[in-house]
Design a protein around this ligand. Structure first.
Ligand SMILES: [Zn+2]
Length: 184
């Protein structure tokens, strides 16, 4: 497995969003990558979240889900992304929130007795996001389209990760400028 769960991949600021962000470039069918499509990569996620996740102190040491819970975790992940992405875009719908609540409750019924299982903790993280008092802190990274919770004091974060997406955007602006303005 050459892939690794680096700190950048936990830029979401909340476990539920880091899980949603296991799909890269969601809206681009040609380049979309689902990291959870490989069960070994899915099983390695909790270890990364335990080291880099913003909510790592909240849920204790996370454990991988059992093989029978993989589909449920993916269903929860998709419901999280659909609901919160629509909310950020100003297109939130009660039905999407209801779908998310269904997925949360199905997860808790299935593995609620394993509080440290990734799916249980993700369901609880999603519930906390649903009730967090400042919805304007929820944003979409303009470069990679990940969802993230802006935890900065003045809510000024523009990128999921300044060091990665912010720099890429700066570099491409610089590149365009240099092409468009011939040097004297
Ligand atoms: Zn990004």
């Amino acid at each position: 497995m050459t892939f690794s769960w680096t700190p950048h991949r936990f830029s979401g600021g909340a476990l539920a969003l880091d899980v949603a962000n296991s799909v890269v470039l969601r809206a681009d069918p040609g380049r979309r990558i689902d990291r959870f499509a490989d069960p070994a990569v899915m099983d390695a996620f909790p270890d990364g979240a335990n080291r880099h996740g913003a909510e790592r102190a909240l849920f204790g040491a996370l454990e991988p889900v059992g093989a029978d819970a993989r589909d449920g975790l993916v269903a929860l992940r998709e419901a999280i992304d659909r609901h919160f992405r629509a909310e950020v875009l100003g297109a939130g719908k009660p039905a999407l929130m209801a779908d998310l609540l269904d997925a949360i409750s199905a997860t808790l019924r299935r593995s609620g007795t394993r509080p440290h299982a990734l799916d249980t903790a993700t369901a609880r993280s999603a519930l906390m996001l649903l009730t967090q008092p400042e919805p304007e802190r929820l944003k979409i990274c303009p470069n990679c389209h990940w969802l993230f919770l802006d935890r900065s004091r003045n809510r000024s974060r523009a990128w999921c990760d300044m060091a990665v997406c912010g720099n890429r955007a700066k570099a491409s602006r610089h590149y365009r400028r240099n092409r468009e303005e011939p040097r004297p």
